[in-house]
Write a protein that binds this ligand. Sequence first.
Ligand code: SF4
Ligand code: SF4
Ligand code: SF4
Length: 215
Amino acid sequence: MKEATVLGLGASLAVAISPTYVNAEGTKQTKHYAMLVDLTRCLGCQACTASCKAENNVPFGVFRTWVERHEKGTFPDVSLQFVPRLCNHCDNPPCVQVCPVQATYKREDGLVLVKDDRCIGCGACIKACPYGARYFNPIKRVADKCTFCQPRVDQGLEPACVTTCVGRARVFGDINDPSSEISKRIGRKPVQVLKPALGTEPMVFYIGLDVVQVR
Ligand code: SF4
Ligand code: SF4
Ligand code: SF4
């Protein structure tokens, strides 16, 4: 994977599928899932927000993904930038480190997930996430967040927000596979992550992220 350009910004579910596979060269390879969001293609339409809610039964008043709206420039040369947000599935996730009962964990293929049957709802992970990506699910009474649509991914499907993205701004895939679309697109343009200085190593990458506007 191409190294990200570092810019300063301020359930118990199905059994995991094997994160390894044999690539075209016949070599065993480990998957590492990530998402790329090309902000130059995001229209701010919120189709992702709506499809995520429907796919994952996200309760009223909380969100697994949302689209922020930021103003760029000074009058009269102003424009809007839309920044979709979701769990970054960090490679060094503070939410995993603080969980007292190991309910929150990182899968071998990169997904950061919550075991609903272990979570005691203490909220430590919600406080520890520097991205505000977690919420307390008032129906399940556990911590909740974006799962990269794990049930879909385990069936070989793309996340709901990717399939419904009107501008094809969201790309999901295996960054360990150089032939994947996400690897190719990350290789073509500089990419940024949110709050790189924290060392969380986010696995959601952006193209065109404005350092000044997004905190
Ligand atoms: Fe955990 Fe927050 Fe990183 Fe998601 S964005 S893995 S909830 S620290
Ligand atoms: Fe762990 Fe659940 Fe507490 Fe989060 S709310 S730290 S997942 S027990
Ligand atoms: Fe929601 Fe799935 Fe997209 Fe995560 S990957 S924001 S859970 S639709």
